[in-house]
Design a protein. Structure first.
Ligand code: ATP
Length: 473
C-alpha cells in the first residue's frame, strides 16, 4: 500500500520524526536526519536492543569501535573484492538498477504463480553469478526502465558499495581507507582484546551499535535503504560443532525480541536464504510486512570460523581460544545477528501508525495516532493544567519536576484539552494527565489513555509509578 507508506513519510516530517538530509539545499539522496521525536524513538529502540543483548545476557558485552579501520581489514573480510551488487544500466535513461530489485519489482506485477517462477529463475542465476543469463532474463521478460519505459539495457556489471576516502595528507602517502559498510568487523578484530580483558568464556557474545555506510544504487525507500545508516550487531562466539543449536537458539530468540516490540506476529516471518556465501552454514532473515510488503529487517547467520580465520591470515596474529573444558585450542565459530536500527524504527512506525475515523454523520472527526509501546514512545507522559490560573500550572509543574527525572515528559497549557490530546496522539504519547480544580480538593487527576481514549481519575501521587510500570512492560 504505497499510499499508507507515503502517509507515514509525510507524518514523520510533519511531526518532527524524520527529515530529508540537507533539505534547504534540495536534499541529499538516501540520507536522512532524525528530528526531535525521531531521535528519541531511535534512542529508545537502540537502548532496548542494547539492554536485551547485554544487560539481559550475562555472557554478552558491548563495545564501540571506530568507523575508520585499517584498510587491510576490508581485504580480509572480502569487502574489497566481493561487496558489490550486480547492476544494469538503462542506456536511454542512464538510470542504474540493482538487478535483483529490477526483476523483483517486475515480478510483483505478475500473477502469483508466474511471480514465483520468475523469482526462482532469478535466484538460480544469481547463485551461479550468471550475468549474461540475468541480462537475458530481463530482456526475455521485456522488463522496462521505470523512467524511460524502454528496454535498452547494458550488460550486467558489479559495483562496489563501499565509500572510500583519504587518510592523512593526500599528497604524502595517499592511503585509501573506507567508511565501514558494517559494524561487525570492529567486533572480529577486537575479539581477543575483549575475550582476554573480560575473561570471557565461550560461548560468549560481543554487541555493538554504530553507523555504517553503503553507496546504495537504488535508494528510494525512505529510511529502509539509506547510504548512511545504523546497525545493531552481535557476534556470538562458540565451540565448533555447536553451531546448529546456537543458530536455532538465536533464530528463535531474535523473533521473540521482535514480538516483544508489540508487533503483530502475522506481520513477521522468516525467510531462509537461497544463496549462501561459500563459508556460511545457514542464513535466515526476519522479515516484517511493511506497507510496501514483506522485507528484511534482520539477518541471522551461521558464519563458521571464516571471519576470524581471515583476520588470522591477513594480520598474522593468532585468533585462537583455549577451551579449558576440553583442553583444546581452536578458532571459534560465530553466529551473527545483524539488524538495521533505522529499518527497525520504520517497522515500529509502520506498526504504530493508524488513521482513525471517529466521526458521526453529524460531526465528522478523525485522528492520526501512533500506537507505540510505552517503552519506545518518544514522550511518555504529557501534563496539562486545565486552565492557566488558580494554581493549576503550579501543580502541573510540580508533577513535571518529579517525573522528568525518570522519563521524558511534555508540558502544555495552550488550546483546548481535546486539541492537546490530538497533538500527543500524533507523536505517540501513551498517557496524558490533566490537572483541574478537583485536583486541589481531592488530589486526583484525569489520566487519558492514547489507544482507548478512555479517561479515569487516579491519585496524583500514583501517576509516576503508573507510567514507570508501563515503561518496563
Ligand atoms: P538488503 O538485502 O536489504 O540490502 P543486506 O542483506 O545487504 O540488506 P546486511 O548486510 O545483512 O543487509 O545488513 C544487516 C541489516 O542492516 C539489514 O537487515 C538491514 O536491517 C540493515 N541495512 C543494510 N543495508 C541498509 C541500508 N542501506 N539502509 C538501512 N539499513 C540497512
Amino acid at each position: 500500500d504505497q499510499n499508507k507508506f507515503q502517509a507515514i513519510i509525510s507524518h514523520c516530517k510533519e511531526y518532527g520524526f524524520i527529515f530529508q538530509s540537507s533539505e534547504i539545499y534540495d536534499g541529499l539522496s538516501a540520507v536522512y536526519d532524525y528530528g526531535q521525536y525521531g531521535a528519541e524513538l531511535k534512542k529508545n529502540v537502540r537502548d532496548y536492543w542494547w539492554k536485551s543483548m547485554t544487560q539481559m545476557h550475562e555472557n554478552i558485552v558491548g563495545i564501540d569501535s571506530a568507523i575508520f579501520m585499517h584498510p587491510t581489514i576490508w581485504k580480509a573480510s572480502g569487502h574489497v573484492d566481493n561487496f558489490s551488487d550486480p547492476m544494469i544500466d538503462n542506456k536511454d535513461s542512464k538510470k542504474r538498477y540493482r538487478v535483483d530489485h529490477l526483476i523483483e519489482g517486475y515480478a510483483d506485477t505478475l500473477p502469483e504463480a508466474e511471480k514465483t517462477a520468475l523469482i526462482q529463475q532469478m535466484e538460480e542465476l544469481l547463485k551461479g553469478n550468471d550475468y549474461p543469463g540475468l541480462k537475458k532474463l530481463i530482456e526475455d521478460n521485456k522488463i522496462k526502465c521505470a523512467v524511460s519505459g524502454t528496454v535498452n539495457w547494458t550488460d550486467v556489471r558489479e559495483f562496489n558499495l563501499m565509500f572510500s576516502t583519504q587518510m592523512g595528507s593526500v599528497a604524502e602517502d595517499a592511503n585509501e581507507i573506507y567508511l565501514r559498510p558494517e559494524t561487525a568487523q570492529g567486533i572480529f578484530v577486537n575479539f581477543l582484546n575483549v575475550q582476554k580483558t573480560g575473561r570471557m568464556k565461550i560461548p560468549f557474545g560481543i554487541a555493538q551499535v554504530g553507523k555504517a555506510f553503503r553507496n546504495e544504487i537504488v535508494a528510494r525507500q525512505f529510511v529502509f535503504r539509506m547510504r548512511e545508516f545504523e546497525q545493531m550487531e552481535m557476534q556470538f562466539f562458540i565451540r565448533p560443532g555447536t553451531e546448529d543449536e546456537w543458530y536455532a537458539y538465536w533464530k528463535e530468540e531474535r523473533m521473540k525480541w521482535h514480538k516483544s516490540l508489540g508487533l503483530d506476529p502475522a506481520r513477521l516471518q522468516y525467510h531462509d536464504h537461497a544463496k549462501l556465501a561459500f563459508y556460511a552454514k545457514a542464513a535466515v532473515d526476519i522479515e516484517y510486512e511493511f506497507p510496501i510488503g514483506f522485507k528484511e529487517v534482520e539477518g541471522i547467520h551461521s558464519r563458521t570460523d571464516h571471519d576470524l580465520k581471515q583476520h588470522q591470515q591477513y594480520s598474522g596474529k593468532k585468533m585462537q581460544y583455549f577451551d579449558t573444558e576440553i583442553n583444546q585450542n581452536y578458532i571459534p565459530y560465530v553466529i551473527e545477528t545483524s539488524i538495521g536500527l533505522d529499518r527497525c524504527c520504520l517497522m515500529v512506525l509502520s506498526e504504530a501508525y493508524e488513521e482513525q475515523d471517529l466521526g458521526t454523520p453529524e460531526k465528522p472527526d478523525s485522528r492520526v495516532v501512533l500506537k507505540f509501546p510505552a517503552k519506545l514512545a518518544p514522550i511518555k507522559l504529557a501534563v496539562f493544567p486545565l486552565t492557566k490560573k488558580d494554581g493549576l500550572p503550579e501543580l502541573a509543574k510540580e508533577l513535571m519536576a518529579d517525573c522528568k527525572k525518570s522519563f521524558y515528559c511534555y508540558y502544555e497549557e495552550k488550546d483546548s484539552i481535546g486539541k492537546r490530546y490530538r497533538r500527543q496522539d500524533a507523536i505517540g504519547t501513551p498517557f496524558c494527565v490533566t490537572i483541574d480544580h478537583q485536583t486541589k480538593e481531592d488530589g486526583t487527576v484525569t489520566v487519558r489513555y492514547r489507544d482507548s481514549m478512555e479517561q479515569e481519575r487516579i491519585p496524583l501521587a500514583s501517576v509516576k509509578e503508573m507510567v514507570m510500570k508501563k515503561i518496563l512492560e
